[in-house]
Design a protein around this ligand. Structure first.
Ligand code: MN3
Length: 202
């Protein structure tokens, strides 16, 4: 079974002006496609692994043969992270319901959560991701990962995530990483985030 690039669930200009059309086209059509292709390439030698979902592959990287472990970590992680990311993007959805309640409870107020997340995202040095995850104790937590490492590989379940690789914002925002982060709050699909949270709680 080959891993496939998922279609975007919206047009590439759907997130304008916060995330521009050209960035979405290249980010999805080139960068994500490359992770998928390189993951498939790495698995060629191991037919037994080809039936596994990408989440199963990266969940326990120690079980992956050593000669392809780094490739699965990087490209499997890249495939999983981006597939997750496209789904949590949408314009015009306000945070509500159980996820809003849980965030308010954990961080005292939504704005405090937003500030902590934005600060941690801004402070990532080099390429990586900022996440809201459900940890092993079943609590919400903000964490960062380097490169394409997925929280799934660390036994955590992602609820919300932000790609801080320059390929995700440089065309529009150049070195203004803060501008990208601040604007990203306008395109979060909180319905999907709530769905992720409910799934994670199960
Ligand atoms: Mn990316």
């Amino acid at each position: 079974m080959l891993h496939l690039l998922p279609k975007l669930p919206y047009a590439s200009d759907a997130l304008e002006p916060y995330i521009d059309e050209k960035t979405m086209e290249i980010h999805h059509g080139k960068h994500h496609q490359t992770y998928v292709d390189k993951l498939n390439k790495a698995l060629e030698k191991y037919p037994k692994l080809q039936g596994k979902s990408v989440e199963e592959l990266i969940k326990n990287l120690d079980l992956i043969p050593e000669d392809i472990r780094t490739a699965v970590r990087n490209h499997g992680g890249g495939h999983a992270n981006h597939s997750f990311f496209w789904l949590i993007l949408k314009k015009g959805v306000e945070p509500s319901g159980e996820i809003l309640k849980a965030i308010n409870k954990k961080f005292n107020a939504f704005d405090a959560f937003k500030e902590e997340f934005s600060t941690k995202a801004t402070n990532i040095f080099g390429s990586g991701w900022c996440w809201l995850i459900l940890n092993e104790k079943g609590e919400l937590e903000i964490v960062t990962t380097g490169n394409q490492d997925s929280p799934i590989s660390q036994g955590k379940i992602p609820v919300l995530g932000l790609d801080l690789w320059e390929h995700g914002f440089y065309l529009k925002w150049q070195s203004n990483k803060k501008g990208y982060i601040d604007n990203w709050w306008n395109v979060i699909n909180w319905k999907q985030v709530e769905k992720n949270y409910k799934m994670a709680k199960k």
